[in-house]
Design a protein around this ligand. Structure first.
Ligand SMILES: Cc1cc2nc3c(=O)[nH]c(=O)nc-3n(C[C@H](O)[C@H](O)[C@H](O)COP(=O)(O)O)c2cc1C
Length: 191
């Protein structure tokens, strides 16, 4: 089983990336094949609404999105990690999501989705404030994206009131909880 982690924060080794790394560590420890992408380290242009994908479902802008399309296509399970920024996802994550418009066209207009098998997806989120409404807003966007990319939304962790870089390490259960999500993915599986 192939597990992909997508880090959506611009802050390297910040709270969401710490949680993501724990999830991937658990997955690796249970025998999953693991890959990780850090969106902020890739060159991804915002969707230009050029219409280039309307006939084919394929984005015509050539940049590092190709890598993301490839890795998501290969993965069976995806952890997507984003902090809350202004009540929503980071610009990095939203920019990536908008570039899936071609996949939306392929799935809903052309009725030929890019991937046939349903994948599973898990949303990891951290916010500085206690704002469940902000989390629900971010979650709605992730669910919409997952549906477009044939990813079933199978789970989530939201940790509020965590602000400083690395502060999530002080949480009594967060690291262990997310490690166990990863750890339970491949136990007893042969592939
Ligand atoms: C530009 C910016 C906007 C933010 N907006 C919110 C917000 O609307 N609500 C919230 O709860 N936290 C907000 N935060 C706080 C972050 O979600 C919080 O610091 C989080 O721990 C960062 O995770 P990271 O270390 O993975 O980047 C914001 C932080 C930044 C830098």
């Amino acid at each position: 089983m192939k597990v992909l982690g997508i880090a959506g924060s611009p802050r390297r080794n910040g709270n969401t990336e710490i949680l993501l790394d724990e999830a991937l560590k658990g997955a690796r420890d249970s025998g999953c094949e693991v890959a990780k992408l850090v969106i902020n380290e890739l060159k991804i242009a915002p969707c230009q609404e050029c219409g280039g994908c309307e006939e084919t479902g394929v984005c015509t802008v050539k940049d590092d999105m190709q890598k993301i399309f490839e890795e998501i296509s290969k993965a069976d399970y995806i952890f997507l990690a984003s902090p809350i920024f202004f009540g929503s996802l980071t610009a990095q994550v939203k920019t990536m999501i908008d570039r899936f418009q071609g996949w939306w066209v392929a799935r809903y207009i052309l009725k030929k989705p890019h991937v046939k098998e349903e994948k599973n997806g898990f949303f990891i989120c951290v916010g500085g404030q206690e704002r469940p409404d902000f989390f629900n807003n971010a979650k709605m966007i992730i669910k919409n994206f997952f549906a477009t990319a044939s990813i079933e939304y199978v789970g989530e962790f939201y940790y509020p009131k965590i602000n400083e870089k690395g502060e999530v390490k002080k949480h009594p259960t967060a690291l262990e909880d997310i490690y166990n999500v990863g750890k339970n993915l491949c136990i007893g599986r042969k592939n």
